[in-house]
Design a protein around this ligand. Structure first.
Ligand SMILES: *[C@@H]1O[C@H](CO)[C@@H](O)[C@H](O)[C@H]1NC(C)=O
Ligand SMILES: *[C@@H]1O[C@H](CO)[C@@H](O)[C@H](O)[C@H]1NC(C)=O
Ligand SMILES: *[C@@H]1O[C@H](CO)[C@@H](O)[C@H](O)[C@H]1NC(C)=O
Ligand SMILES: *[C@@H]1O[C@H](CO)[C@@H](O)[C@H](O)[C@H]1NC(C)=O
Ligand SMILES: *[C@@H]1O[C@H](CO)[C@@H](O)[C@H](O)[C@H]1NC(C)=O
Ligand SMILES: *[C@@H]1O[C@H](CO)[C@@H](O)[C@H](O)[C@H]1NC(C)=O
Ligand SMILES: *[C@@H]1O[C@H](CO)[C@@H](O)[C@H](O)[C@H]1NC(C)=O
Ligand SMILES: *[C@@H]1O[C@H](CO)[C@@H](O)[C@H](O)[C@H]1NC(C)=O
Length: 411
């Protein structure tokens, strides 16, 4: 059996499409009107916009797809993994800002809590569907074990056998997402404390429900509307510590839900995503409309996850593999986790050769955010925020849409 090929095969097949709900976006009307600017500022006195900011009233959805491995036995014998996409399993996401504290320098801190609720009506399949994916515990342990003494390695592989854990895992979607009991996890926590990020059940998203995304301090826009929503610090840090260059460690832009008003086609949408462990920036692609509302579409540039040799500014995110993969192990407790766009969209096409069943398509797999730049048509009158919001709300409510997609890949 060709071992390195197997490792790469698993690494690719381990792909889990998780659509993080960075999502939607609302930018206030654009007529330069002092009153409107004042109304946008994050301030409890601006009832409508403050309430929208605090408990964003549009529904957020997270759609999760799994790549079910169809030929696990053959993969162990050295064949190429064959995958079938399952899903979406759609979760409604409730966001609530808490611990809101205003500071005298026109910034405000908050914790944003998220909770998830399965939406059967929007899903294809249900949480009891069983899928086969690579066993991240076993593969992760195998990678960590490479540098351990032989005695420990023998002990661990005997343990895997004892607990009947192999390189693949067939479990229900609900268990894979939100955690399952595992004797192996109990064993690892007892004998190798700190090896796993959490001590409870093991699941891909078990740490997400009812957790917060860290303490954000953002500008209220009171001093300068152009700074509104811009992140000043995250968990007390004004720059990150995960990456190797100051440029890669910068916390740019907003928290990814709202941006300052007055967007143009030259604007970019920078944001910091704790889930991806870095700042990202979307660039203008084209105009569009949705139910008569004008939209600008901003998309991920091709270089977003390019490696350091393809795009020098990304050198700080390395050690890298092929372009299109972001190595996030430094912010995931050193686990070997990579992030890509779904189906390796905008990644090195060679990745598609390692596994059968992937087909990147821009419309389905590209990361984008539609943003309302200017307010609705208004004959020179300032846009009515409430009206606009209602229009948007009904639009979003009818669409099970991810406006942004990121894809986590584990090996
Ligand atoms: C948030 O507020 C709660 C209740 O007021 C408090 O117990 C908790 O310590 C606060 N958390 C942070 C991180 O400030
Ligand atoms: C504003 O004040 C907060 C709290 O004291 C502090 O964390 C933050 O760094 C300050 N921001 C600026 C831009 O001065
Ligand atoms: C998330 O937590 C909430 C509140 O505890 C609970 O009602 C909900 O069922 C949980 N969601 C999932 C998917 O487990
Ligand atoms: C999930 O779907 C299967 C097959 O369609 C069905 O038998 C089962 O009852 C469903 N489970 C739930 C909880 O709806
Ligand atoms: C942050 O913004 C600066 C200035 O625009 C840019 O040079 C840098 O590459 C950005 N960093 C990230 C990680 O996006
Ligand atoms: C960077 O990406 C290119 C294209 O995907 C690839 O040919 C090259 O080997 C990668 N470099 C490293 C260091 O992995
Ligand atoms: C990912 O990055 C970590 C350091 O952050 C490094 O130790 C590891 O070797 C990298 N993984 C790969 C496969 O390049
Ligand atoms: C804005 O629209 C809402 C809902 O259509 C309406 O109730 C409100 O009176 C309007 N406000 C102004 C200033 O026109």
């Amino acid at each position: 059996m060709n071992k390195s090929k197997l490792a790469i095969g698993l690494f690719v097949a381990g792909t889990l499409t998780a659509v993080f709900g960075l999502v939607i976006v609302f930018v206030g009307p654009i007529i330069i009107d002092d009153q409107i600017v004042k109304n946008l500022v994050i301030d409890p006195k601006n009832e409508i916009s403050y309430t929208m900011w605090k408990d964003i009233p549009v529904p957020f959805f997270m759609s999760v797809y799994f790549f079910n491995i169809l030929n696990p036995t053959e993969v162990l014998a050295g064949e190429k993994p064959m995958v079938e996409q399952r899903g979406p399993y759609v979760y409604r996401k409730r966001l609530q800002k808490q611990n809101i504290t205003f500071h005298p320098n026109d910034t405000v801190s908050y914790l944003e809590y998220r909770s998830y609720y399965f939406e059967p009506s929007m899903s294809v399949g249900n949480e009891s569907d069983v899928v086969t994916i690579p066993n991240m515990l076993v593969l992760g342990a195998a990678v960590m074990m490479e540098n351990m003494p032989i005695a420990v390695r023998l002990l661990l592989s005997a343990t895997f056998k004892g607990f009947k854990e192999g390189p693949f895992l067939s479990k229900s979607v609900g268990e894979l997402m939100w955690g399952y009991d595992s004797k192996l996890v109990d064993f690892l926590n007892k004998w190798f404390p700190g090896m796993l990020p959490s001590t409870g059940k093991f699941g891909l998203f078990s740490a997400f429900n009812n957790s917060n995304t860290g303490l954000f301090t953002v500008h209220t826009g009171k001093d300068d509307i152009r700074l509104i929503h811009k992140v000043n610090s995250w968990n007390g840090l004004t720059k990150l510590i995960y990456w190797r260059t100051p440029q890669c460690n910068m916390i740019n832009g907003t928290a990814g839900q709202m941006w300052p008003p007055f967007m143009t086609k030259e604007s970019t949408l920078p944001f910091y995503s704790p889930d991806v462990c870095r700042s990202l920036e979307l660039v203008y692609q084209r105009e569009g409309t949705m139910k008569g509302i004008p939209l600008y579409r901003f998309v991920a540039p091709k270089t977003m996850f390019a490696n350091g040799s393809d795009y020098a500014p990304n050198e700080g995110f390395c050690p890298c593999r092929q372009s299109g993969l972001l190595n996030v192990s430094s912010c995931r407790a050193n686990a070997q986790v990579f992030i890509s766009q779904p189906h390796f969209y905008n990644a090195d096409p060679v990745l598609l050769d390692y596994v059968q069943g992937l087909q990147p398509i821009e419309d389905e797999h590209g990361l984008f955010i539609d943003i309302h730049p200017n307010g609705p048509p208004h004959n020179g009158h300032p846009a009515n925020l409430t009206q606009l919001w209602e229009a948007l709300e009904s639009t979003w409510a009818s669409i099970p849409v991810e406006c942004s997609r990121v894809h986590a890949l584990m090996n």
